[in-house]
Design a protein around this ligand. Structure first.
Ligand code: CO
Ligand code: ZN
Length: 380
C-alpha cells in the first residue's frame, strides 16, 4: 500500500508540471480535428486518460468519458472540448481551387496568408494555402478592406478539379490552420492554433491524474462539437446526471496594445480565471455562486493565483451542462489566452499548471453535505 501510494504521489507531482502541460498541449494540438471530425484528437485523449481511469468509454456522440471512482459522495463532471474551429470544403473549381465555409467562429481577417492542412476522405493530409489576389492588382479601396471569406479559396497546387480529386479531397473534406506549438521568447509563453480548447484538455488530463481519494466520483469528459453549439456536453451531462459540473476552457486575454486596461477581461500569466459571467448580457453562463465562491476559496487556501472573469461574449460547455435535465449547478475555470480563434493563440504554461492545481484542489473540497446543503436544499 505504501509503495503504491508513493508511486501515485510521484506521478501526480510530476504530471502537473509546465513540461507535462506543454507535452500534452503539443500532442493534442498536432491532431487535425475540427468539430464533428474529432477522431484524431479523441485517440490521443484516450491514450492519456486510460491508464488513470477506473472506467472509460466513448459515447454515441463521440465524447470520451473517463471515470475516477471516489468515496461515492456525489458526481462531478469536468468538461473540456476536443474539437477546434476549422474549414469545410464546399466546392472545387474546375481550375483546381477549393472554396470553403467555416466550421465555428472564424473572422475573415485571420484567414488570408495561412497555410492549411486538409484531411482527405482516407485520413491523409494535404497541405494548401489561402491565397489572395496580389495587392498590385487590387483597386485602392479593395486593398483597404478585409476580404470576405466567401471570396477566399485554398490553393493545393492543382491545375484541375480532377487533380484535386486524385489527392483524395472532396466536397465535405475538412481543413485546419497549419501551425505547430512553439515556445516564444519567454519560454513560459507558447503559441499555436487550437489552444481553444486543447489547453483545457491538457489541464483536465493533468488534474484527473492528480486526483486521489476524492469524496466524489470524477467524470472527465472530452467533449465534441463545442464550437458549433455546445453539443457534446449537453448529451454527456444528460447521461452522467452529475451533482455539479465544471468546464475548463480558454477565455479572452485582451492585454495587448490599443486595448484600455478595463477591457482586458483577463491577463496572461496572472493565474487561471474563475468565471462569474459570460455571453452577451449574461446570455451565456452565470456561474453558480456557491461553486464560484468555493473555487475562489480553494485558490486562496492553496496559494494559487487567480483572476475573476466577466467575459463580454462567447460561452463554454458549462452553459449546456447547466441547462441539462432539471438544471445542473456549474462553474468554469478559464485559461487566459490571447488572439483566440486565430492561428497564433498565446498563453502561459504557468496559468495552465495553476488551473490544473485548482481543479484538483476543488475536487477534494466537494462532499455530500456541501452538495445537499448548498447546491440543493430540502426545506420541508
Ligand atoms: Co472557441
Ligand atoms: Zn473553447
Amino acid at each position: 500500500m505504501y509503495r503504491v501510494h508513493c508511486f501515485v504521489w510521484a506521478i501526480a507531482m510530476q504530471v502537473v508540471s509546465k513540461d507535462e502541460i506543454f507535452r500534452l498541449l503539443k500532442k493534442f494540438c498536432e491532431a487535425v480535428a475540427p468539430s464533428g471530425f474529432e477522431d484524431d484528437v479523441r485517440q490521443r485523449v484516450i491514450e492519456e486518460l486510460e491508464p488513470y481511469a477506473d472506467k472509460l468509454w466513448v459515447d454515441a456522440m463521440g465524447n470520451v468519458i473517463a471515470v475516477k471512482k471516489g468515496r461515492g459522495e456525489g458526481k462531478l463532471m469536468l468538461a473540456a472540448h476536443m474539437d477546434e474551429i476549422g474549414l469545410m470544403i464546399s466546392a472545387i473549381t474546375k481550375e483546381g481551387f477549393l472554396k470553403f465555409v467555416p466550421i465555428g467562429g472564424w473572422r475573415d481577417q485571420v484567414l488570408p496568408g495561412q497555410r492549411v492542412l486538409i484531411k482527405t476522405l482516407s485520413g491523409g493530409i494535404v497541405r494548401g494555402v489561402i491565397g489572395i489576389k496580389p495587392p498590385h492588382v487590387m483597386k485602392p479601396e479593395e486593398a483597404k478592406q478585409a476580404i470576405p471569406m466567401t471570396e477566399l479559396f485554398i490553393d493545393v497546387g492543382a491545375s484541375s478539379r480532377e487533380e484535386v480529386e486524385r489527392m483524395g479531397i472532396t466536397v465535405g473534406s475538412v481543413a485546419v490552420m497549419d501551425r505547430d506549438v512553439e515556445r516564444l521568447g519567454n519560454p513560459d509563453r507558447v503559441t499555436g492554433r487550437a489552444f481553444d480548447d486543447r489547453v483545457g484538455l491538457a489541464v483536465m488530463v493533468a488534474a484527473f491524474r492528480a486526483i486521489e481519494d476524492s469524496p466524489v466520483d470524477v467524470y472527465a469528459v472530452a467533449t465534441v462539437q463545442e464550437e458549433v453549439g455546445l453539443k457534446g456536453a449537453r448529451t454527456a451531462a444528460f447521461a452522467i446526471a452529475p451533482d455539479l459540473g465544471l468546464a475548463i476552457d480558454v477565455t479572452v486575454a485582451a492585454d495587448v496594445p490599443g486595448v484600455p486596461e478595463h477591457e482586458y477581461v483577463t491577463c496572461i500569466g496572472r493565474g487561471p480565471a474563475i468565471k462569474v459571467m459570460d455571453g452577451r448580457s449574461g446570455s451565456g453562463l452565470i456561474a453558480h455562486p456557491a461553486i464560484r465562491d468555493l473555487l475562489i476559496r480553494t485558490a486562496r487556501e492553496e496559494g494559487i493565483p487567480y483572476q475573476i472573469e466577466v467575459a463580454p461574449g462567447g460561452t463554454t460547455d458549462a452553459s449546456a451542462m447547466q441547462l441539462t435535465r432539471e438544471g445542473i449547478p456549474v462553474g468554469t475555470i478559464s485559461i487566459p489566452t490571447r488572439y483566440i480563434h486565430s492561428a497564433v493563440e498565446v498563453l502561459s504554461l504557468e496559468d495552465a499548471v495553476n488551473a490544473a492545481r485548482l481543479v484538483t484542489a476543488f475536487t477534494k473540497r466537494i462532499n455530500r453535505s456541501w452538495i445537499e446543503s448548498v447546491l440543493r436544499r430540502t426545506v420541508k
